[in-house]
Write a protein that binds this ligand. Structure first.
Ligand code: HEC
Ligand code: HEC
Length: 347
């Protein structure tokens, strides 16, 4: 399959078209927008693009009041303040994002950079405002520290690299820009839905959506999942309790992760996810349960990262915060941590 390269300044199609040997090829591909055009306005996401032209233009004008343009991004959220975001460095964050992140995440962060086609899982579409690996409750936004953490450490076992070698200030500015893209993208999506389904006028739709999305980011630090019970010692008794939960009815982890934790889920279940993914209900790539025998965890290697994953889940993995006690979840962490070692895997 020949992938179609998304248009962006990184590819030769943008800027003035050059004559000469490449002319035919360039004509066949068409000229992409110039950098100036790309900076003038954010192209509409899927939902906004589906609106009638006049509604689309009015929505874009409303969004610009709060979020500015790609050339001059801002985040003017009235009452809600996203903790830690420093608006004076947004433009710097945008430049560094374009430099480091856009070849995967796309020029505008929509998960459609030229590299995206070649990696599995695909890079996150930051415009949905949804994140997998965070310290907060499932439905809550990530904290700024969560985003900084994943940019620092990467997501092990995926193409998302670590940027820990870059200056902290640069990563802070990039994270501000990621938050700007995520808030803008989700507000646009919700507002477009309101305009289409409820016939709201664009100004009201944007105002109402801002009142939902802004406070969600503001509240995130209060939604961090903090275990009250201490982790039991990593000993044979705890591992055995974790194993019984993992393989038994109560935990039911084997339904998805397989008896030995290798991630061999029931094929019927996989079909359901694939359908949901096609409908845009899950993530950018088809979901598959993690192979826990590898000992690499995308959302962080610390025991507390696994505790949070098991407590809250990662769509489509359910959370076990209400069905298992804290000490049971810790036993599961201890068992999962032991899974890379042959003996513990035996059913
Ligand atoms: C080589 C490709 C690549 C580059 C470069 C890259 N990423 Fe990613 N990124 C990914 C992939 C792939 C994922 C999805 C991981 C998954 O779904 O498990 C991801 C996920 C993320 C997430 C979402 C994490 C979550 O909890 O859902 C954030 C935030 C992110 N990247 C930010 C960045 C930033 C900021 C940069 C630049 C400093 C960057 N990425 C550079 C590939 C990349
Ligand atoms: C309905 C299916 C399902 C069930 C049940 C399930 N999981 Fe998962 N699990 C998944 C999927 C899918 C992923 C991969 C998510 C991703 O990376 O996008 C996953 C990932 C994980 C990860 C890796 C997290 C990381 O950071 O990479 C751990 C650990 C885990 N599951 C533990 C468990 C435990 C323990 C149980 C039982 C208490 C369990 N899971 C039950 C589907 C499931």
């Amino acid at each position: 399959m020949t992938p179609t390269l998304p248009k962006g300044p990184w590819d030769l199609r943008s800027g003035p078209c050059v004559a000469g040997a490449f002319l035919l090829a360039l004509l066949a591909a068409g000229c992409g927008p110039s950098p100036e055009e790309l900076d003038r306005r954010y192209p509409p996401g899927k939902e906004a693009a589906a609106l009638a032209a006049d509604k689309q233009a009015a929505l874009a004008a409303e969004l610009e009041k709060t979020f500015g343009t790609p050339a001059a991004p801002k985040l003017d959220l009235a009452d809600a303040k996203v903790p830690g975001v420093d608006l004076t460095r947004l433009a710097h964050g945008r430049d560094r994002f374009r430099h480091h992140c856009s070849h995967c995440h796309g020029w505008f962060g929509r998960g459609d950079g030229p590299t995206a086609e070649w990696v599995n899982p695909r890079p996150r579409n930051l415009w949905r405002g949804k994140f997998k690996f965070k310290s907060t409750e499932l439905a809550a936004k990530p904290t700024r520290e969560d985003l900084l953490r994943i940019v620092n450490l990467g997501a092990h076992g995926t193409a998302m690299p670590s940027f820990a070698l870059y200056p902290a200030g640069e990563l802070e500015a990039i994270v501000d820009y990621v938050i700007h893209l995520a808030v803008r993208g989700e507000v646009e999506l919700l507002a477009a839905d309101d305009i289409r389904k409820e016939g709201k006028d664009p100004a009201t739709a944007v105002k109402d959506s801002l009142e939902i999305v802004g406070p969600r980011w503001e509240r995130a630090p209060g939604k961090v999942v903090t275990p009250a019970a201490a982790r039991p010692p990593l000993d044979a008794a705890s591992i055995a309790r974790g194993k019984a939960l993992f393989q038994g009815e109560k935990g039911g982890c084997v339904k998805c992760h397989g008896k030995e934790g290798r991630g061999d889920a029931d094929p019927e279940q996989v079909k359901v996810w694939d359908k949901q993914q096609e409908e845009g209900l899950l993530w950018e790539s088809p979901s598959r349960p993690a192979d826990l025998t590898v000992g690499m965890y995308r959302g962080g290697q610390r025991p507390v990262d696994l505790f949070r994953r098991i407590t809250e889940g990662i769509l489509p993995m359910p959370g076990f915060g209400s069905s298992l006690s804290e000490s049971e979840r810790w036993d599961l962490v201890n068992f999962v941590k032991s899974l890379p070692y042959e003996e513990e895997r035996k059913p």
